[in-house]
Each structure stands twice: as structure tokens, then as C-alpha cells.
Design a protein around this ligand. Structure first.
Ligand code: GLY
Length: 240
């Protein structure tokens, strides 16, 4: 979960989930993240409220009490276990690629909220998020994460960016002699919004399929486990 604090209050983004391994089925080496979606779809309002109250609010209050008031972005990485959600890590930044689907859902102007967080007073501001789902598929270079091959000409970006509900965020790209080329391991984040996770993923993958360069790598299973879980739970009569 990712939230903003002004040192006392917390404004939380909705939940998000990333996919860390390079390979489908969560195989192979860890990466910064090969895809993400929001909401996470793996826990409900009770867990969300529990993490907000027992992890985020307590952390911010404790830091203030210790004289180390924290303003800014607080990212708590959570792992769901049989005995409930457990904290894996804290970061003081937005996640990548979680930030992209989260920002796509923000309905109000984020800049004044970030400024208010940094200045230490939200002054009653809210962080409003749309009810839509958003998903992100990362397009990476051949050889990522160990030794990415760079300098490949990227094709199809305009077609991808004009797909319904799609936004493409650049990560490792560069203009060379008027051409856009790959310049890093994770190159592009192809993101889409939709009325459901299925719709958002279909749109993101349709846009990703418009883009190509030699050796381009992507995972085809972003969100699939959550869709399966969601189908199983609705068969059993409970919502994810
Ligand atoms: N996607 C994980 C991170 O940004 O730490």
C-alpha cells in the first residue's frame, strides 16, 4: 500500500500489486517489477483498513513521537500469509511500476496534495481515486535484469498510445538521430484503465502488441492469478 503523509494525517492511494519476477509464473530473477494493477484485487476493505490503522498510522505516529516526523510518500510492501498480512518492507517513494496505475486512477490534481504533504499540512485535502481498474505491462530489453541490450529502435508507439484508455509511460528510452531507442532494462510502461481488471489488461496488452523492437521482453500473465482467484471466489459466493 502506498500513502502520503503530512507528518500526522495519511492520505492513502488505493491498493496495487506488482509482479517482481522476470518470467511468467513468477519464475526467474527478481526485477524492479514487470507489471502492476490497481486495485490489487487480493484483499478487501477489512485488510485495507487494518493495514492503514495498524501499520501506516502507527508508523507515522511513532516517528512523530520520536522526533522524526515523516512527510512524503510511505510505501509499505505487504505479503499475505495464512496468519494475515505481514510487512515485508518500507520505501519512501512511489513504487515502480505501481505508481503508473495508481496515478491513472487519481481524480484530483495531485501536485497541490504533494506540496501539502511536503509542507506538513494537508489542510483537509482528499486524495480521490476513480472506481476504474488500471493495469500496467512493462516492456523490457532482452537480457534484463542482468545485462540489458540497449540502442534498439522502438516501433509502434503512436499506434499503442492511441488505443482506448491507454497511456504509455517512458522509463528507459532515448532520442537518437530523431529515432526513439531503448536505453535501459525496463523501457516502457504500457498502462490502461477499464471497468474491470480483465478490460484494463486486454487494453494494455492490445497496446503492448502494437509496440516492438528486437528482443523486446514482456510477461503475458500480469493479473492472471488475481483473475483466477476472483473467479474462484465469486463461484464460492465471496468477493475478492
Ligand atoms: N515495484 C517495487 C518497487 O518499486 O519497489
Amino acid at each position: 500500500m502506498i500513502a502520503l503523509s503530512d507528518g500526522r494525517a495519511i492520505l492513502s492511494f488505493p491498493t496495487s500489486k506488482d509482479y517482481k519476477r522476470i518470467g511468467e509464473g513468477d519464475r526467474g530473477p527478481n526485477t524492479g517489477g514487470m507489471g502492476a494493477h490497481s486495485p490489487a484485487g487480493i484483499f478487501g476493505a477489512t485488510e485495507f483498513d487494518g493495514i492503514l490503522e495498524h501499520v501506516l498510522e502507527k508508523t507515522i505516529a511513532a516517528m512523530r513521537e520520536e522526533g522524526a516526523e515523516f512527510r512524503g510518500v510511505l510505501y509499505v510492501g505487504i505479503m499475505l500469509t495464512d496468519s494475515g498480512p505481514k510487512v515485508l518492507e518500507f520505501n519512501v517513494r512511489l513504487g515502480d511500476p505501481e505508481a503508473q496505475p495508481l496515478v491513472m486512477r487519481v481524480e484530483n490534481d495531485l501536485l497541490p496534495i504533494l506540496m501539502a504533504s511536503a509542507r506538513g499540512n494537508f489542510e483537509g485535502r482528499q486524495l480521490l481515486s476513480s472506481k476504474e481498474t488500471s493495469a500496467c505491462v512493462v516492456l523490457a530489453s532482452e537480457g534484463y535484469p542482468e545485462k540489458p541490450v540497449t540502442g534498439q529502435v522502438i516501433m509502434g508507439l503512436d499506434r499503442a498510445a492511441s488505443c482506448d484508455g491507454v497511456q504509455v509511460f517512458h522509463a528507459g528510452t532515448q532520442q537518437v538521430d530523431g529515432q526513439l531507442v531503448t536505453a535501459g532494462g525496463r523501457v516502457l510502461n504500457v498502462c490502461a484503465s477499464g471497468s474491470s481488471l480483465r478490460v484494463a489488461l486486454d487494453r494494455a496488452y492490445a497496446a503492448a502488441d502494437e509496440i516492438s523492437w528486437p528482443g523486446m521482453v514482456l510477461r503475458r500473465d500480469i493479473g492472471q492469478r488475481v483473475l483466477r482467484l476472483s473467479a474462484e471466489q465469486s463461484q464460492n459466493g465471496s468477493a475478492v
